[in-house]
Design a protein around this ligand. Structure first.
Ligand code: PDD
Length: 301
């Protein structure tokens, strides 16, 4: 396994980051997780756009241009011979004296990790995952905006611990006002149980990460003429839903089989359709990206 660290490709065992790195000391930094299909990083522009926004929201200048990051990303994939992979780009504030002041750090630490995807248990796709609505509330926007994809993940980790204790596969956090927010690493959707089949998902103003998979799914639903409602929803809305699913770059679209043992769902038609359409969308993105070549981010085949 080779990683990219500050301009160099290194075996993972030789890659070292200072104990005075503010990413380590304070969680001061940002990251993106991407998924690679057939040698192509899906939604690369969107991930780099969000990395840039997260960085600017914490006053961090990225150490490379978007094209420089793309080159480094593909260099890392090539160095590992990976075509279907998990890929993570991390940028921390860098090494500096102890203290919160970002000006103590001169050079950000820039790290890229690519690894094989661990398949989820078959149950996740065939029956769905178990969700638990946890007591830990999602950070409020005014304190630490969930739109910043930061290295500071304790809010989500506390929710994860609680959901594991409840025997669930993923936690669902509410916001401070008690409306549905998001999972620890995923966004939530449901098909409303009332009236017509509307696809509902918490709006970004509820205090969530604006998931890139969420955006793809909203786009697909629009193309399929489904009504999409982004708004404020309660746990009661979820309990009366017909179908529930979650989305993330790594999980794609995964059905939810139950919530806190109170409510069970089977994998419904809308979820199945969107699971299939999402896969098709990724495949066509890969085809289009390859067709647009030759590219400086060439995938040597
Ligand atoms: N997690 N909400 C949170 C809090 C997340 O951390 C993520 C992503 C999502 C889904 O976003 P996207 O569709 O852009 O992946 C929602 C990634 C996968 C991670 O932390 O590794």
């Amino acid at each position: 396994m080779n990683v990219y660290l500050n301009g160099k490709i290194l075996p993972v065992g030789e890659a070292r980051v200072s104990v005075l790195d503010h990413g380590f000391l304070y969680g001061d930094g940002v990251y993106e997780t991407m998924r690679v299909y057939g040698g192509v990083v899906f939604m690369l522009e969107e991930h780099l756009g969000r990395l840039e926004r997260s960085a600017s929201m914490i006053g961090l200048a990225l150490p490379k241009s978007p094209d420089g990051i793309k080159n480094a990303v593909y260099e890392t994939l090539e160095a590992n011979g990976l075509k279907d992979a998990y890929l993570r780009v991390t940028v921390s504030r860098g090494e500096g004296a102890v203290g919160l002041d970002p000006d103590l750090c001169q050079v950000p630490t820039f790290f890229i990790y690519a690894g094989r995807l661990k398949p989820y248990p078959r149950r996740f796709h065939e029956e769905g995952i178990r969700l638990s609505i946890v007591n830990v509330r999602r950070n409020c926007k005014e304190a630490l905006d969930p739109e910043i994809k930061s290295l500071n993940f304790l809010n989500n980790i506390l929710a994860k611990i609680e959901s594991k204790r409840a025997g669930a596969d993923e936690a669902l956090m509410l916001n401070r006002e008690g409306f549905l927010a998001e999972g620890t690493v995923s966004n939530i959707f449901f098909v409303s149980g009332e009236g017509e089949n509307a696809l509902c998902t918490p709006s970004v103003s509820c205090g969530i990460l604006k998931g890139i998979t969420r955006d793809v799914v909203i786009g697909l639903a629009g193309r399929l003429d489904m009504k999409v409602e982004e708004g404020e929803f309660t746990p009661g809305d979820l309990y009366s839903a017909r179908e529930v699913f979650i989305t993330s770059t790594i999980m794609e679209v995964l059905p939810v089989s139950g919530i806190d043992g109170k409510k069970n769902f089977s994998v419904g038609g809308v979820t199945k359709l969107l699971m299939a359409e999402y896969r098709k969308e990724a495949a066509s993105y890969v085809r289009d990206t390859k067709a647009a070549g030759p590219s400086i981010w060439g995938f040597s085949e």
